[in-house]
Design a protein around this ligand. Sequence first.
Ligand SMILES: [Zn+2]
Length: 449
Amino acid sequence: MSLPPFFDDYLHFLRFASVSTDDRYREHVHACAAWLSGYLQKAGLKSEIHATPGHPIVTAHSPRHPAKPTVLIYGHYDVQPADPLDLWLHPPFEPHVENGKIYARGSTDNKGQIFSHICGVRQLFESGGQLPVNVVFLVEGEEEVGSDHLAPFLEAHREQLQCDVVVISDTGMIAPGVPTFTYGLRGIAAMEIFLQGPSKDLHSGIFGGAVANPLTELCRLAATLHGPDGKIAVEGFYDGILPLQDWERGAWKTCGMDDAELKRITGAPELQGEAGYTSLERTWARPTCELNGLTGGYQGQGTKTVLPSQASAKLTFRLVPGQEPARILDLVETHLRGRCPPSITLRVERGHSGGAYYVDPHGPYGQAAQDALRAVFPGKEPVLIREGGSIPIVADFKKILGVDTLLLGLALPDAGIHSSNECFPVEHLELGMRLNRALLGALAVPRNG
Ligand SMILES: [Zn+2]
């Protein structure tokens, strides 16, 4: 197998153990940022490293021609921890090539994908040509820990980051060889609720029956969040939601993921969800309310006849276009407070949140993205999908920079992202470079819309 251009540089990039969540890797994260900035410079761009209260952000600019549109390419150089290490067949930060794949932490998420964009631009420069558009790279080191310092950075650097559209390759392909354009993402809102009953744990024989049990009341409250039809029973929860379009319901029926496959992957005995929707519709385009954890009472071996004084639950909501996270948390809090009995004190703590995202795949930028995919996968029509996960920064790009984002991911379903033996097909590196060049070309063409 012939190796793609810049392959050794890619391996070098992968050798940095740029684990953002663990302080012990701080030096590796910073060294990775420094190397990356140097590489962007070598690729023909003017690069800078920006310190943040967390890990640095690396930017790079091509020379700006006022007549050309500007494309901002976002990615991240930080990676998830590799633990548990004994599940890896080869050390995670010593890239290993086997059967046409590169095995290493970050090989897909996100080093392989952002690196192919950088190399696409490098090739355009090296072929002597000018870039068809102005390019700005924005590569952060905190994506895997919530991108806390990215939104303030966007606010502070609005002018330097001004662009017409953002491009991100950090999503998935529906299957190998299937060009995939992700035009929607779900948002997220998190909260934790704490129920306090008596001031201390009580003997259930002496007091049980006369004093409310917070754990019982928590279960009762949690059970009011859904109706029997799987719909979320919080008043106003579905108000303003972008309804599923007929064309997408039709397209998703044939996009290759069916319920039998979903059952196989999840190991669930049966699938279940909101009435009136298919599983893909439920995960890609409908909101959810999920209990992520319950605590309270005795968890040790055997029995303890305790009436616990406290109970708590962690809740998250996946949101769809049209739902504002803060408003959803308001509605849920009102719902819970209205149903919490006077025998219990309810405290609500709000967690992280991020908006949902949707770009019209048939609009001018969506068309450009599809044209680029057609150029790179000749004879194949791009599959248009949404994803159930959340990339909050995409909503930030819209809110702060006022621009749409095109999500053109090259991750395969079995890439092992966030898991052991993460891998990236060698050919995807070159594919990514071609996609980058095709996309920049397609975005240079003015379109109506
Ligand atoms: Zn990730």
